[in-house]
Design a protein around this ligand. Structure first.
Ligand SMILES: CC(C)(COP(=O)(O)OP(=O)(O)OC[C@H]1O[C@@H](n2cnc3c(N)ncnc32)[C@H](O)[C@@H]1OP(=O)(O)O)[C@@H](O)C(=O)NCCC(=O)NCCS
Length: 179
């Protein structure tokens, strides 16, 4: 098993992973748009290989805090996908860990995710980022508030700048914010 940064030659492999993991074209379409979108750059796009087959992919795209002060450097994790035959072998976890390492190298201050509240806290994410003042791009119903999570990546901790998170344009649609 190894993980490396994805490049343009990996596009077909990435699409295959998203389609298999989500059993639809929708997330693959979103990833395709995010990989081509200026407002998402520079992305962190990582592929996991097993026996030379690409089996997992993670994407982090750039975001901003919509405050009247300078926004800290923040990213959103979306999506994470592992082919069904290769799930529950730790590949998703390794992709998250490697992604967080890259973001730290880039001096990113915080990373957000909308996802399973039993899963992402294992990797340092704090549930209910909304209650900390980091408002998701679209309203998250109260019953799912814990699914919107944040993690500080520097010794400074969570940024003092709070407000609405503005994500890359292709992600900025209500259908991507239903957990
Ligand atoms: C979620 C996903 C990326 C996890 O990848 P993985 O390689 O299986 O993850 P790991 O092996 O590192 O961790 C396994 C843990 O993930 C959790 N998990 C995996 N699939 C899950 C699911 N569908 N729902 C809830 N938790 C899930 C379990 O808690 C599991 O832990 P356990 O085996 O102790 O019960 C993978 O299951 C997947 O691609 N799912 C479909 C796409 C998806 O939902 N992506 C998440 C979008 S935020």
């Amino acid at each position: 098993m190894y993980i490396r940064e994805a490049n343009s030659a990996d596009f077909k492999d990435i699409m295959a992973i998203e389609k298999e993991a989500f059993y639809s074209e929708d997330v693959a379409d979103l990833v395709s748009q995010l990989l081509a979108d200026k407002s998402a750059e520079p992305v962190v796009s990582l592929l996991a290989f097993k026996d030379n087959e690409a089996v997992g992919h993670i994407l982090f795209t750039r975001a901003m805090i919509d405050a009247r002060r300078l926004s800290p450097s923040i990213y959103i994790l979306a999506p994470l996908a592992v082919k069904p035959d290769h799930q529950r072998q730790g590949i998703g976890g390794m992709l998250i860990t490697e992604g967080l390492k890259k973001l730290k190298e880039m001096k990113v201050e915080m990373v957000f995710v909308l996802g399973h509240e039993d899963y992402y806290p294992r990797y340092g994410f704090i549930p209910d980022a909304g209650s900390l003042g980091f408002i998701a791009p679209f309203p998250i119903p109260n019953k799912n508030a814990n699914a919107w999570m944040v993690q500080a990546l520097t010794s400074k901790g969570l940024s003092k700048v709070r407000g609405m998170i503005v994500c890359a344009d292709p992600l900025n649609k209500p259908e991507h914010w239903r957990e």
